[in-house]
Design a protein around this ligand. Structure first.
Ligand code: ADP
Length: 490
């Protein structure tokens, strides 16, 4: 008990574990959010915007020959909030094919040096480029060899995607410009919101973990409580694990286990009381007769001595039966199968009864039309036949009539042990194979048998995979039968 308890105490309770899991999950999720929102926002925004611009520039360039190019450009311009410029740039002088205009000043979206610069930059870059207006500035200054001025008012930053296409012997430069919205303040707002979200998230995570732990551990705690009761041999306890499928399955298994344990326990009590009762009866008889013979002169008769001998035999057979049944039930017994004649076996059992037949009013017959060989444990099968014949004799009134019949059906041999005794009540037929079961009357008298015979028979026949049963009618007689595979019949 103790080591398990110690072990249980060392591991964390479900509640603590769940809180840890939820907090780790929240931490991972929030870190990812922080990295993307706070640190990579600018880069991600720039990347997405550039990709969009490049795509638009490419599709406008692809439409350069089309008649409705202007309509197409207007559509792109409106949809994506970009400024577009298309220039014929083959010669020194650039011709404007199309250019977006400022709403108020009506000035062109691109001034000459921009068109010139972007055109050159694109050419240096294989006919296309996507960069910012700052990159253009730097490029222009690099051409003149001077450094860009510092501390001057710069135009708002914008992204430009440039593509140079050839069409009808002319070179066209397509320029697309998107204002790069300053994201500094947006990022700051996002950061504050993220702080609030983080706080909320952690609080919700802890609350959810505590709630989940409570609902998850509740059935487990209830099962644990019931299990402790079961350990104290309270078999009335019921397990209630409502909450999840696993705990419900566990509690139904434990309920079943408790039921079985309760059965085993009552069987054990019954067994102990039966054994002690059965041992006490012959012992009392032996003690009683021995005392009488010691104390009362003239009582030292052969009849009294015979009673002591009979009771000793009864005791010994009881102990032998208990031992062989407990061996059979423990599963430690293996069959020692050999090929032998079942018919011969029955005949040799019959010779044992020949002496008895002379003394008692007993008519016992064996009916067999052929010799049947089987592959089985001869000793154990003999024990079965012996027990059944014994019962047939014991539960018949004088004159006793017992018939053992052997018949062959296909590859099966059927052995029937029939008597014209008092029979067994129908309601008791199913119980007689249980150990220590005796018909109610028999138990009161407790003179014949040990109540273990049929149990031993059942175990041996089950080990052989044989079919067996009993037909009986009160006042008419009983027919105990079993059927096993036979090898050959002659
Ligand atoms: P027992 O040692 O008491 O004979 P068994 O296990 O052999 O125990 O039999 C169990 C009970 O079945 C007997 O007590 C008896 O009531 C009943 N029984 C067994 N065989 C017969 C039979 N041939 N005729 C009537 N009752 C029988």
């Amino acid at each position: 008990m103790k080591p398990t308890e110690n072990k249980v105490k060392r591991s964390l309770p479900i509640r603590a574990k769940l809180v840890c899991y939820f907090l780790t999950f929240a931490a991972v999720l929030l870190s990812i959010l922080w990295i993307f929102q706070g640190l990579l926002f600018d880069d991600v925004y720039r990347f997405i915007k550039s990709a969009q611009l490049e795509n638009d520039a490419k599709s406008i360039a692809a439409h350069i020959d089309s008649e409705d190019i202007i309509d197409y450009v207007l559509e792109v311009q409106k949809e994506n909030d970009v400024s577009v410029g298309i220039y014929r740039t083959g010669s020194q002088v650039f011709y404007e094919v199309y250019s977006s205009r400022d709403k108020n000043t009506y000035t062109s979206a691109f001034v000459y040096h921009e068109v010139y610069g972007y055109n050159k930059m694109a050419k240096e870059n294989g006919g296309k480029i996507t960069c910012s207006n700052t990159d253009l500035e730097n490029w222009l200054f690099s051409q003149t060899g001077s450094a860009p001025p510092v501390n001057v008012d710069r135009p708002p930053e914008s992204l430009v995607s440039v593509r140079i296409v050839e069409s009808g012997g002319n070179e066209y430069t397509v320029l697309l410009k998107a204002r790069f919205t300053p994201v500094g303040s947006t990022v700051e707002t996002l950061r504050i919101m993220l702080l609030v979200i983080t706080g909320l998230f952690i609080t919700i995570a802890v609350a959810m973990a505590v709630y989940a732990a409570h609902t998850l551990s509740k059935p487990i705690r209830s099962i644990n409580k019931s299990a402790k009761e079961l350990a104290k041999q309270n078999y009335e306890v019921t397990f209630d694990g409502k909450g999840s499928r696993e705990t419900e399955e566990l509690s139904s298994t434990l309920n079943y286990a408790a039921q079985e344990l309760s059965k085993v326990d009552s069987l054990r009590r019954e067994l102990v009381s039966n054994i002690s009762h059965d041992l006490r009866t012959p012992l009392t008889m032996i003690g009683g007769y021995a005392e009488v013979m010691r104390d009362i002169p003239g009582e030292n008769t052969p009849e009294n001595l015979q009673i002591i001998v009979d009771e000793t035999e009864h005791l010994s057979s009881l102990v032998t039966d208990i031992l062989s049944l407990s061996k059979l039930e423990s599963g430690n017994v293996s069959l020692e199968k050999t090929e032998f004649s079942l018919t011969e076996s029955v005949r040799s059992i019959f010779t044992r009864y020949s002496k008895l037949v002379k003394n008692e009013e007993l008519n016992i017959n064996f009916e067999a039309h052929c010799d049947v060989r089987v592959y089985a444990d001869e000793l154990k099968l003999s024990q079965v036949i012996y027990n059944l014949i014994n019962n047939a004799i014991n539960y018949s009134e004088n004159p006793k009539e017992v018939l053992v019949r052997q018949t062959v059906h296909g590859n099966k041999v059927l052995l029937e042990i029939m008597d014209k005794g008092k029979g067994i009540p129908q309601e008791e037929l199913k119980d007689i194979w249980d150990r220590y079961y005796r018909a109610k009357e028999e138990h009161k008298i407790a003179t014949v048998g040990t109540g273990l015979g049929l149990s031993i028979v059942k175990n041996i026949l089950l080990m052989h995979g044989a079919r067996f049963g009993v037909k009986s009618q009160e006042g008419v007689g009983s027919n105990f039968w079993f059927e096993i595979e036979c090898l050959e019949s002659e």
